[in-house]
Design a binder for this molecule. Structure first.
Ligand code: ADP
Ligand code: MG
Length: 680
C-alpha cells in the first residue's frame, strides 16, 4: 500500500461507489485518507436508561429483547423491541425499516442513539440509529465524524471504509515537518492527526489534530512562496541595477504635479525605489483603494527606470483601461523626452510590426497596453520595470510572462485591498506596499440602505439628477452560477427600467456573456455620455474613470461580499460631483442588515475586507479566488495567528536552507503542492 494505490485496490466496493468517489476527486488511498469530516456529532456521553431525556439525542448501551414486527391498522409496518441496561428498560420503535428484522436479534449487545417520546406515561425511543457494541464504535457512542455526503455515499459508509485503512497511516505518512517546529509549536504528528481527525478520541485531541492540519496548509503555502521569492532573487537580472535620481524625482513632484503626494503615496514610492536600487529584481504588490493614486506612484518608478536608460512596460486588463493609462501618463510626461507607445489587440497589423521592432531595438521607452504586451512578437531590448495594473484580473501564468523575458523589476497593483496577514499568504512571493489614505479634498460617497417602500422616491430622485446631467449605474442581483439566468435578469431589469421607470432617458445594459470588445464599446459609449444609465451584472469593469457618473444603485446587495460592494461603489465618486450609493435588499435578515451597515459606516476597502473576513470567511473576499492558491481544507485564511507563526518558521527555514537540502521530505511536499496550484 502506498498513497497512490488506486482506491479499487485499497477497499472492496462496487464500481458504482468508486465512480461516486471519483466525482469527489478521490481516486487513490491518499485522497481518501485526506477526505476530512465536515463536522462531528458529539455522542461520547452515554446515558443510562433511567436518564433518558425527551429534549435531546440519547446514546444508550444495552441488550435487545422482544423484537417483533407489527402491522398497524393503516397498513404501516413497525419493528418494536426493548432495550435493557442495569437501570431499567425502554421501548423502541422503528418505522418502515423491515430489514432490521434480519439484522437485529434478541440478546444482542447494542448501542442506540436517538430521540425519545413521552406518551401515556411511557418513554419510547423513536427510530434510533444503532450499532452493535464493539471495541471501537464508529457510528455511535463517540465523537462521530460527519462527512460531506453525496447521494449513495453516506457518512456511515465512509466511516466503515476509512476506519480499516487508518492502521496504514503511520507507514504512509512519514513526518515531514522539522522536529524543531513540531516541538516549538507543540504539534501532533501528522499520522496521529489523521487518525484523530477521522475518529477523535476526545475533543481536545480533535482540536490538536485540526491545529496540526491547519498549520501544515498555511506553512506549506508560505514556504513555497518564500522559496519562490528567494529563488527568483538569485537570478541575476539582465540589466544593471537602477539608481534613483532623487533630484529629478523631487523636482518633478514639486513642479509638474498639480497636487501634493499623500504620505502613503510617498512611503509606497520610497519602498519601490528602494527595491529598484537593490541588486535583485523587485517583486512588489501595491495595494490601494480605487482612487488612492496608485498610477502616479507607478509613473514615478517608471520615470526613474527610463532615466537609467531602461525600458518599462505597463499592462492593464482591458483596452479602455490601458488607453486611459496611456493618456494619463502621456500627459504626465509631456515635458520629458520619453518615447511612450500604446499596444493592444486592436492595434493595426502594420503598426504592430513597427512597434515590435521599436521595442526590440530600444527606441520605445515605455509601452502601455493590454495582454498584447505578452504576445509572442514582443521582445524587449532592456526591460527594467514591468507594471501590472489590476493584477488579479490576470492569470498566474500571464503575470509571470512579463518577467520571463529579462527578469525585470515587477510591480503589481490592485484596488481590491485585503488584510495584511491574508495578503502575506495569498501573495506570499511578493512584498507589500499599501496606500491606505485618500488624497485630500475627495468628497466621500454617501451610502444608504433604501427600504423597499422608498423605491419610487429613489427612482424619482435619480431621474432628477440625471436630468441635471449626471449618469447612473444599476447593478443587478447576483445570480448563482448560470450565465443564462444572469442574462435574463439583466435584460428584464433593463426593459423594466427603460419602459416603466425612465421612458424618457437613454438606458443600456452590459453582462458577462458579451465579448470583450462589445463590453468595451458599451463602456466607452457610456463614458462618452451616449447613455444616461447603465444596467449591469457584476461584470462591470474595474478601474474605469467615468467622472460624470455619480449614482450607483445595487439590487440584492446582501448577496455580495463587502469588498465587492466596495468595488462597485468605486465606480462613482471620481469627479467633482457628490456621489451616492444606494443599496436595496431582497432578504432582510439581521446579519445582512448588519453587514450592509458596514458599507454605510466605512469608506476604506481594507476595513471592509477585514469585516467581511470576520463575518463570512475568506471564500467571499473578492480577489482570493483569482489569486490561484489551492483550496484550504482545514486552515482558515482569517486565522492570522497561525498564518504569522507559520510564516516565521517558513522564513527561518528558507533563510538557513533555501533548497531544503536537509529536509528532503518537505521539499517533496512542496513540489506536490506545486501541482495543486490552479493552472490557467
Ligand atoms: P487608482 O489608485 O485607483 O489607480 P489613480 O491613480 O487613477 O487611482 O488616481 C485617481 C485620481 O486621483 C487621478 O485623477 C489622480 O490624478 C488623482 N491623484 C492621485 N494622487 C493624488 C494626490 N496626492 N492628490 C490629489 N489627487 C491625486
Ligand atoms: Mg488604477
Amino acid at each position: 500500500m502506498h498513497l497512490k494505490t488506486p482506491l479499487s485496490k485499497a477497499i472492496s466496493t462496487t464500481k458504482h461507489h468508486l465512480s461516486k468517489l471519483e466525482n469527489l476527486g478521490i481516486e487513490n488511498l491518499g485522497d481518501f485518507l485526506r477526505y476530512f469530516p465536515r463536522t462531528y456529532n458529539d455522542q461520547s456521553n452515554l446515558r443510562k436508561i433511567i436518564e433518558i431525556r425527551t429534549d435531546d439525542i440519547n446514546v444508550i448501551k444495552g441488550t435487545l429483547s422482544q423484537i417483533i414486527e407489527i402491522k398497524t391498522k393503516y397498513g404501516k409496518k413497525l419493528i418494536k423491541a426493548k432495550l435493557t441496561d442495569e437501570t431499567g428498560s425502554v421501548d423502541i420503535v422503528w418505522f418502515n425499516q423491515q430489514y432490521l428484522k434480519r439484522v437485529l436479534y434478541n440478546g444482542q449487545k447494542i448501542i442506540l442513539s436517538g430521540r425519545a417520546k413521552f406518551e401515556l406515561g411511557k418513554i419510547t425511543l423513536i427510530s434510533p440509529e444503532f450499532e452493535a457494541s464493539q471495541k471501537k464504535q464508529l457510528h455511535t457512542a463517540r465523537i462521530v465524524p460527519v462527512y460531506h455526503e453525496t447521494d449513495g455515499l453516506n457518512s456511515k459508509w465512509i466511516r466503515e471504509k476509512i476506519n480499516p485503512l487508518l492502521k496504514y497511516s503511520k507507514t504512509l505518512f512519514t513526518e515531514y515537518l522539522p522536529a524543531e517546529i513540531l516541538k516549538k509549536e507543540n504539534l501532533m504528528s501528522y499520522h496521529e492527526a489523521l487518525i484523530e481527525v477521522h475518529f477523535p478520541n476526545s475533543l481536545e485531541k480533535l482540536e490538536k489534530a485540526k491545529n496540526r492540519l491547519a498549520f501544515d496548509e498555511l506553512f506549506l503555502l508560505q514556504l513555497k512562496a518564500i522559496q519562490k521569492k528567494w529563488l527568483w532573487q538569485q537570478v541575476e537580472p539582465q540589466n544593471q541595477k537602477i539608481i534613483a535620481n532623487h533630484e529629478i524625482t523631487t523636482n518633478f513632484i514639486n513642479n509638474e504635479l498639480p497636487f501634493e503626494l499623500t504620505n502613503a503615496q510617498k512611503s509606497a514610492l520610497n519602498e519601490i525605489i528602494g527595491d529598484l536600487e537593490k541588486k535583485h529584481p523587485m517583486s512588489r504588490l501595491l495595494q490601494g483603494d480605487v482612487g488612492s493614486g496608485k498610477t502616479i506612484v507607478a509613473g514615478l518608478a517608471i520615470m526613474n527606470t527610463i532615466l537609467n536608460g531602461y525600458q518599462s512596460a505597463l499592462m492593464a486588463p482591458t483596452e479602455i483601461l490601458a488607453e486611459q493609462h496611456y493618456k494619463t501618463i502621456f500627459k504626465l510626461f509631456k515635458n520629458k523626452n520619453f518615447n511612450i507607445k500604446f499596444l493592444s489587440g486592436s492595434t493595426k497589423q502594420s503598426e504592430k510590426k513597427e512597434l515590435y521592432s521599436q521595442i526590440e531595438n530600444g527606441t520605445v521607452d515605455l509601452i502601455i497596453g493590454t495582454h498584447a504586451l505578452i504576445q509572442q512578437g514582443v521582445k524587449f531590448n532592456n526591460l527594467g520595470l514591468a507594471v501590472i495594473d489590476e493584477q488579479h484580473r490576470f492569470g498566474v501564468e500571464q503575470r509571470s510572462k512579463l518577467k520571463e523575458q529579462q527578469n525585470p523589476n515587477l510591480l503589481s497593483m490592485t484596488a481590491t485591498p485585503i488584510p495584511r496577514t491574508l495578503a502575506m499568504t495569498v501573495y506570499g512571493d511578493q512584498d507589500l506596499s499599501i496606500i491606505d489614505e485618500m488624497p485630500k479634498g475627495r468628497i466621500p460617497i454617501i451610502t444608504r440602505i433604501i427600504p423597499e417602500k422608498k423605491r419610487k422616491d429613489a427612482y424619482n430622485w435619480i431621474k432628477d439628477r440625471i436630468k441635471k446631467g449626471r449618469q447612473a449605474f444599476v447593478i443587478c442581483p447576483l445570480v448563482d452560477e448560470s450565465d443564462t439566468l444572469e442574462l435574463k435578469s439583466v435584460v428584464s431589469e433593463y426593459e423594466y427600467l427603460q419602459n416603466e421607470i425612465f421612458p424618457e432617458l437613454k438606458l443600456t445594459f452590459i453582462h458577462g456573456k458579451l465579448k470583450a470588445q462589445e463590453k468595451e464599446k458599451i463602456m466607452t459609449d457610456f463614458k462618452d455620455h451616449k447613455y444616461d444609465l447603465l444596467v449591469s451584472t457584476s461584470v462591470i469593469e474595474v478601474g474605469i474613470d467615468i467622472p460624470n457618473a455619480s449614482i450607483i444603485l445595487i439590487e440584492g446587495a446582501e448577496r455580495f461580499g463587502l469588498s465587492q460592494l466596495h468595488q462597485f461603489r468605486g465606480r462613482v465618486g471620481r469627479g467633482e460631483h457628490q456621489s451616492y450609493c444606494f443599496l436595496f435588499m431582497q432578504n432582510y435578515s439581521q446579519t445582512a442588515i448588519q453587514r450592509l451597515k458596514a458599507m454605510v459606516d466605512h469608506t476604506s476597502g481594507f476595513k471592509l475586507s477585514e469585516i467581511d473576513l470576520e463575518l463570512r470567511g475568506s471564500g467571499h473576499i473578492y480577489g482570493i479566488r483569482q489569486s490561484g492558491i489551492p483550496d484550504l481544507k482545514m486552515a482558515s485564511l482569517s486565522d492570522s495567528k497561525t498564518i504569522t507563526t507559520a510564516r516565521k518558521h517558513a522564513e527561518n527555514l528558507i533563510e538557513n536552507d533555501p533548497y531544503l537540502k536537509n529536509y528532503p521530505k518537505l521539499a517533496e511536499k512542496i513540489s506536490e503542492l506545486e501541482k495543486m496550484y490552479i493552472k490557467d
